[in-house]
Ligand binder design. Structure first.
Ligand code: TYC
Length: 103
């Protein structure tokens, strides 16, 4: 396969297809103890959400039990899961974060 983008476009138009990478969703799980404000901060700092979007996702997790924070390639998803776990551990919150193949 060519590394040149223009050449990839030409090849895509012909027979060869570039496989898209597998994608993973990073999911936050609800619990009874982690403060809402902490979860909002996690969503802003690790997932780049603005305050309104972070609050929306936090409340969705609070009410539905889980919620998707973002969809990424494997390494980026894994790194963000570790960052959430590290933040939670540092404050001794039981916040759980997992990754799973995007549907
Ligand atoms: N349920 C928590 C509370 O009432 C808030 C919370 C939201 C915790 C989302 C975790 O992923 C979570 N303080």
């Amino acid at each position: 396969i060519q590394t040149d983008n223009q050449q990839d476009t030409v090849l895509d138009r012909q027979a060869s297809k570039v496989a898209p990478p597998p994608m993973y969703q990073v999911v936050l799980l609800n619990d009874d103890y982690t403060p809402m404000e902490f979860v909002v901060n996690v969503l802003q700092r690790i997932f780049g959400k603005n305050e309104d979007e972070a609050a929306r996702i936090m409340l969705l997790v609070h009410h539905q039990g889980r919620g998707v924070c973002g969809v990424y390639t494997r390494d980026i998803a894994a790194t963000r899961v570790e960052m959430v776990r590290q933040m939670a551990r540092a404050r001794q919150h039981p916040l759980q974060c997992i990754m799973e193949p995007a549907p």
